[in-house]
Unconditional design. Structure first.
Length: 132
């Protein structure tokens, strides 16, 4: 009974740590991306601002997640990360413009977009741990 309780506690703490990291990383990414997209939109079109912001997020998240997951085989993870982020960014790009047409507000559209893609990325990144 003690062993089972310890295993369940360890598993719960592991899941909690994973969710807290991804949540914290997402909040930081959200704040940085909201700032960046609003500043870029002053100088460039919404499309260029969005593409630049998504590119920045790719590099920022790659470095943070690579360090968190303590990846040794960086090439394999980099390829998998490119796949995940490509799928996520295509989703985010299309969803952003869908909501931007509805709300006509960059900030609201971006908040909804990032919120929806948060769960998809957590699932796909945790899947990497299983297949590696």
């Amino acid at each position: 009974e003690f062993l089972v309780r310890k295993l369940l506690t360890d598993k719960f703490n592991s899941i909690k740590d994973i969710l807290l990291f991804h949540f914290g990383n997402s909040i930081l990414s959200l704040l940085l991306s909201l700032s960046l997209i609003n500043v870029l939109e002053i100088f460039f079109s919404t499309k260029i601002s969005l593409i630049s912001t998504l590119s920045f997020l790719f590099l920022f998240n790659f470095i943070r997640i690579k360090n968190f997951m303590k990846i040794e085989r960086q090439k394999k993870f980099f390829l998998y990360f490119i796949f995940i982020i490509s799928v996520s960014r295509l989703f985010e790009y299309n969803i952003f413009f869908y909501f931007d047409n509805i709300f006509d507000s960059t900030n609201i559209s971006w908040l909804i977009t990032i919120g929806l893609s948060f769960f998809i990325k957590i699932f796909l990144l945790e899947f990497y741990k299983i297949i590696k």
